[in-house]
Design a protein around this ligand. Structure first.
Ligand SMILES: NC(=O)c1ccc[n+]([C@@H]2O[C@H](COP(=O)([O-])OP(=O)(O)OC[C@H]3O[C@@H](n4cnc5c(N)ncnc54)[C@H](OP(=O)(O)O)[C@@H]3O)[C@@H](O)[C@H]2O)c1
Length: 330
């Protein structure tokens, strides 16, 4: 019988997850039902939002959720053929039987790497572009701060803000990552939050204040940005990773929202339908001309999925964290 290797949650993680919170289990795959396809995973996406999901009681014992790109190995669904590529939300596993209702077809663009097409031109790219241009109302000359700037969304947000003519500062954990943000992404300055308190280093790096803060972190980063906001500045809240692993660092400077007339707005990458056309046009042009680079950290093998997920919270990744399950060139 066909089998699958799947990542299951053994216990509710406390704080940053631990490898022993997970197990890799080999399970039988039943024959396909009508309307189903059998998928062979190529890439699995490992994302920060998984941490709150695996913190829920009902997640214990279940396959860790997640999305990915897969190839159809066998089909009992009309219109879906063996060899077709699809995107799914079937969890962290190397093979799966799925009804086709939740699948999205994927046509490979041979001039792009798979990971670039999936993420820079997909949800991650739209998140960076829409968060800056839609939610953040980015204009040339703005003073922009991007937190978690060496990560998937952050590294694109820094480059887009630079391409739009802004002064850009990025933050990351270590001096190595912080140097990389300037060297590889072209940021004007960067700060390393493990080397110095964020409030001090951010103030020094942004002498003209902040017009737009693209927040991936929340907590101490948001607290440090608030007193530096320029009048009527905007905070586009993409994520708050510092609070996902149970720890909920307080934000003390919220009164600055009033003094500085700050607009704070959260968003999801699905909010930007009206920006889809300019997003695809500008991102494709920046990528093909080499003006914008997409970075990823790809770990090989489903067995490494727990390590990848933990790595998001210890800062192991540069760019998008992915698991490669197959041998294809990605
Ligand atoms: N709104 C949406 O639709 C949407 C979509 C995708 C992602 N997001 C959010 O966007 C943010 C970035 O997501 P991503 O997929 O691009 O992940 P990512 O930035 O590639 O990876 C997470 C990064 O966060 C940093 N980090 C982890 N714990 C931290 C802490 N306590 N304080 C400061 N930095 C910390 C780490 O970098 P360092 O080494 O620099 O610490 C790590 O590399 C997340 O908050 C995520 O939830 C939102």
């Amino acid at each position: 019988m066909e089998t699958t290797k799947e990542v299951r949650l053994l216990r509710r993680p406390t704080g940053i997850p631990n490898p022993s919170d997970f197990e890799i289990r080999e399970s039988p795959l039943p024959p396909l039902d009508d309307g189903e396809v059998r998928l062979r995973s190529i890439l699995l996406s490992v994302d920060p939002y998984l941490r709150p999901l695996i913190g829920k009681a009902e997640a214990i014992g279940q396959i860790v959720p997640g999305s990915g790109l897969a190839q159809i190995e066998e089909s009992r669904a009309k219109g879906f053929r063996e060899g077709d590529l699809v995107r799914h939300f079937g969890g962290l596993r190397d093979k799966m039987n799925m009804p086709v209702a939740g699948l999205t077809r994927f046509s490979r663009r041979p001039e792009l790497s798979l990971t670039t097409q999936l993420h820079a031109l997909g949800g991650i790219g739209l998140c960076a572009y829409g968060g800056l241009i839609g939610t953040g109302q980015l204009k040339a000359g703005h003073q922009v701060f991007v937190s978690a700037a060496a990560g998937a969304v952050g590294s694109l947000a820094v480059q887009i803000a630079k391409l739009k003519g802004c002064y850009v500062v990025g933050s990351a954990s270590t001096p190595e990552k912080s140097d990389w943000i300037v060297r590889e992404l072209g940021a004007d300055r960067s700060i390393s939050y493990r080397s110095q308190p964020v409030a001090e280093s951010l103030k020094a790096a942004m002498p003209k204040g902040i017009d737009l803060y693209f927040d991936n972190v929340g907590g101490d980063h948001l607290d440090a940005a608030l007193p530096l906001m320029n009048q009527f500045g905007r905070i586009a809240v993409c994520g708050m990773i510092s609070s996902y692993a149970d720890d909920k660092p307080g934000v003390k400077n919220l009164a600055e929202i009033i003094y500085r007339r700050v607009n704070i707005q959260g968003f999801g990458f699905t909010d930007f339908d009206e920006l889809q056309v300019p997003f695809e046009r500008e991102m494709s042009q920046w990528i093909t001309s080499g003006q914008l680079k997409f970075f990823d950290t790809v770990l090989g093998g489903i067995e490494r999925a727990p390590e990848a997920l933990i790595g998001l919270f210890t800062g192991r990744n540069i760019g998008k964290m992915l698991i490669q399950v197959s041998n294809e060139t990605v």
